[in-house]
Design a protein around this ligand. Structure first.
Ligand code: SAJ
Length: 435
């Protein structure tokens, strides 16, 4: 099948790069967002998301004449749904945006069209929720129009490259739908395109992110054990990873972002009694921010009145995304415990945290601080040096929540450095044998 026109619903982290990439590859694309502000920003030639290369790509898409933006969908050969699927307070999936997108498409649906859902969704969403709504058009999924689920798998920070190069799973409600999906994505995907059924494809996506969450949880648990045993978890992980079949991930202040901290709950919701390990992993990762705060509290002998520079609020390195960020939680908890918190997030400088003060620069954040707490390993923080900290700070305490600071340099400059996953130095400098 050949597709000439496409309507992409949702101009977020996935929809915008996807729409732009289709446009620069020759399709006529309408990018739709229900948020008027986003539509206006894009129409003004601006981009509301920080992602390497995205601004250039979006501008190229507009310049090609193939990309337009609108507030409502219109008739097209194919529709791609890339709207958010967050979790509700009770950890169930909030599918309102998917439902609304399907309802908006239905009046425009024509025989021979293809609809693809990309949003991460609980298993069976495509067949049980999407198909019935689209069928209110009077057309039958699989026979009159094609319907497929194809998960996005791109890593924020590397979206543009991964969009093109990653293998893509396309699950159809029937074989013809999966094949129609392949015909659409082969416009630009250079990775392998693998066909399956819609529910398997939904499950695949959730398994990938759950696998990562569980593996980060075990890394965080190793860090706790290392702290307890007086071991350096970073060294231990590096050594364990010399084993040909072991690849331990990195501990940290917790798991954030809109994917890994959310998606495992979609599997739990499907079968709570079958998912004890997944639930336990969520519990471990969600309790990391609290443990970081407790450790800083202990090291400083109390938080009240302490002036603390919090470096990094994003959910991970070199992105501006703050969703579910453990760093935000750490900063807010420090402030709630009475510390005077000054935050600096180079990728989202205006970000405020409850109870905290925004610092406009690294220097301002460190100015007269009793302690500095590094929570995100942004490249920009290579400027965070013992020389700068020594000049600006009042105190000499640094907490490294990512295991990235060169401890000997800091210690040589007179700092007391505590590192997540590194236990207190054992008595006598050597780990003593158990009697
Ligand atoms: N993290 C650690 N230790 C690690 C790796 C990550 O603590 O070793 C933390 C990060 O700091 C961050 C969180 O986990 O807070 C998630 O970061 P991430 O880089 O693991 O993942 P995301 O959320 O940016 O992107 C994931 C990716 N999924 C997998 O790697 C299986 C991406 O491919 C997906 O497309 C994306 O979720 C998504 O949209 O679902």
């Amino acid at each position: 099948m050949r597709f000439q026109s496409l309507c992409v619903l949702g101009m977020g982290y996935i929809g915008l790069p996807t729409a732009s990439t289709f446009a620069t590859n020759g399709l006529r694309v309408v990018g739709v967002d229900v948020n008027r502000r986003i539509v206006d920003v894009l129409r003004n030639g601006e981009v509301h998301i920080q992602e390497p290369g995205l601004r250039t790509l979006v501008q190229a898409a507009f310049a090609s004449g193939n990309l337009r933006v609108a507030e409502a969908p219109e008739a097209a050969d194919a529709f791609v749904i890339a709207v958010p699927t967050p979790i509700l307070d009770d950890k169930r999936a909030d599918l309102r945006a998917v439902r609304a997108a399907a309802e908006a498409i239905a009046p425009h649906l024509q025989s021979g069209n293809l609809v693809v859902l990309e949003s991460t969704s609980p298993p069976r969403t495509t067949v049980d929720l999407l198909a019935p709504i689209l069928e209110t058009s009077g057309l039958q999924a699989g026979s009159d129009f094609f319907l497929a689920y194809s998960p996005e798998r791109v890593l924020p920070g590397q979206i543009l490259r991964e969009l093109v190069e990653n293998a893509r799973v396309i699950g159809g409600v029937n074989r013809a739908s999966a094949e129609a999906g392949r015909d659409l994505y082969s416009t630009f995907v250079r990775g392998e395109i693998v066909l399956t059924d819609a529910t398997t494809a939904e499950m695949v996506k959730l398994m990938e992110n759950t696998f990562r969450d569980v593996n980060i949880a075990v890394a965080n648990e190793f860090a706790r054990l290392a702290e307890h045993l007086g071991v350096d978890v970073w060294e231990a992980i590096a050594l364990a990873n010399r084993h040909p079949r072991v690849s331990v991930l990195r501990p940290g202040p917790g798991v954030g972002g809109h994917c890994i901290s959310v998606d495992p709950w979609f599997l739990v919701e499907a079968a709570p009694e079958a998912t004890p390990l997944i639930q336990a992993a969520r519990g471990v990762n969600d309790s990391q921010p609290g443990r970081v705060v407790d450790r800083i509290d202990r090291a400083l002998g109390g938080l009240k009145g302490r002036m603390i520079a919090v470096l990094g609020l994003a959910y991970k390195a070199d992105v501006d995304d703050l969703r579910e960020s453990p760093a935000v939680e750490v900063a807010a908890r420090l402030a709630a415990a009475g510390a005077e918190v000054r935050t600096f997030e180079p990728h989202a400088p205006a970000t405020t945290v409850p109870g905290g003060i925004v610092a406009a620069s690294l220097e301002t954040a460190l100015d007269r601080a009793d302690a500095a707490v590094l929570l995100v390993d942004h490249r920009a923080f290579t400027l965070f040096s013992p020389a700068l900290a020594g000049e600006k700070m009042r105190g000499r305490f640094v907490f490294d929540g990512r295991g990235v600071l060169r401890r000997p340099e800091w210690e040589a400059a007179g700092f007391h450095v505590e590192v997540l996953g590194v236990g207190a130095p054992p008595v006598g400098g050597e780990v003593r044998r158990r009697e």
